[in-house]
Design a protein around this ligand. Structure first.
Ligand SMILES: *Cc1c(COP(=O)(O)O)cnc(C)c1O
Length: 341
């Protein structure tokens, strides 16, 4: 594909074939050398544990081209550490941060021509994947694994500008159990969320919100984004044993503190939604998706957060601040960025 053919401004958040992906195989008790592939397919044994028993972990991070032409990968070490935590969670061998870095830098450099220009507001999305490939029929961890990172350019999340949208609480479904795999980035959690997610989208909502699975009283998170609320100069985000530790949330917490806000990480009862001045869903895809309102149809309630229907000042400031660091427009004082050279 020729670079001129890519319509950077209208890229969806979807898969586009790029030139290369990188792979590392785990065999005989150790990780091998980094391999470069231009094949989009993975030949796999039909008894591989990832296919039957969900031994599958993934990550998501982005590389951004700055005004200065430099390419920056955002919080690579945090993604490596979270993948290691997921590996411990579902008994897969950990890949060191060094090896993760080597693979991420390589895949970005090899696909340089797919990194969107600064002006487009688009970025290169990196999707690391670690799967059990060893054949097993009994329920046991595999003895062989494959780590892959592919890259694909993705468009700006807000095509028509940063906007507030409606969300819905689902009471019919849980994403993860309190002592389950909610804190790990595994495909199984997504499988568990598909029905609720479809129902939310069919109902005209941006995404579904889960309550804590045990008491159904506290805000947990969305299918793929953490929750935060803003009030009285305080950034409030749930403390829960079933949510995925979002790196975007962690970054926003730091920025909120830098801006002189207080931060509270604690259970958030659903009724407290009525008291927030602003709220957002946060994750790598959108950074912040401001929340216009959260409906709880099964309980006949609706919490309108953005009274004027627009993103609030704190969400807007946090959003622009984080994006500015990602694109290199503002100094990287917390060392969040890896420059690719
Ligand atoms: C990936 C993910 C997030 C967002 O995490 P980021 O590191 O901010 O991208 C939030 N919730 C769930 C369930 C996720 O899988």
């Amino acid at each position: 594909m020729c670079m001129k053919e890519i319509d950077w401004a209208n890229l969806p958040f979807g898969y586009m074939k790029t030139d290369y992906n990188v792979r590392i195989y785990y065999r005989n008790g150790q990780w091998g050398e980094l391999e470069v592939s231009s094949d989009e397919y993975i030949p796999i044994h039909m008894a591989a544990t990832c296919l039957h028993y969900g031994q599958e972990a993934f990550e998501g991070l982005k590389a951004f081209r700055g005004k200065d032409g430099k390419v920056r990968i955002f919080r690579l070490e945090e993604n490596a550490a979270r993948l290691q935590s997921t590996c411990r969670g579902i008994l897969m061998p950990e890949l060191s941060t060094e090896r993760f870095r080597e693979a991420a830098l390589k895949v970005v450099k090899l696909n340089e021509r797919f990194i969107p220009p600064y002006e487009s507001g688009a970025s290169l999305y990196l999707r690391p994947l670690l799967i059990g490939t060893g054949a097993q029929v009994g329920v046991r961890p595999a003895t062989e694994y494959l780590f892959v990172i592919f890259a694909t350019p993705v468009g700006p999340y807000f095509k028509t500008g940063f906007a507030a949208t409606p969300y819905v609480i689902t009471r019919k479904y849980d994403r993860a159990a309190p002592l389950g795999t909610g804190t790990f980035k595994v495909g199984g959690n997504y499988a568990a969320s598909l029905r609720a997610s479809k129902e939310a989208h069919d109902g005209g909502y941006s995404a579904e919100f889960y309550l804590d699975a045990k008491e159904k009283k506290y805000m947990d998170e969305c299918g793929a984004a953490n929750f935060f609320g803003i009030k009285n100069n305080t950034y409030v985000t749930p403390l829960s044993s079933s949510i995925l530790p979002s790196i975007t949330n962690k970054s926003l917490i730091q920025l909120a503190e830098d801006m002189g806000m207080k931060v509270e990480r604690r259970p958030i009862p659903e009724e407290e939604l009525a008291t927030f001045e602003e709220a957002g869903a946060c994750g790598t895809a959108a950074v912040i998706s401001p929340i216009q309102r959260i409906d709880d149809p099964e309980n006949n309630r609706s919490y309108v957060i953005a009274k004027d229907g627009k993103p609030g000042p704190v969400c807007t400031k946090l959003y622009h601040k984080l994006r500015a660091i990602q694109y290199g427009d503002e100094p990287d004082v917390h060392n969040w960025v890896t420059i690719v050279d």
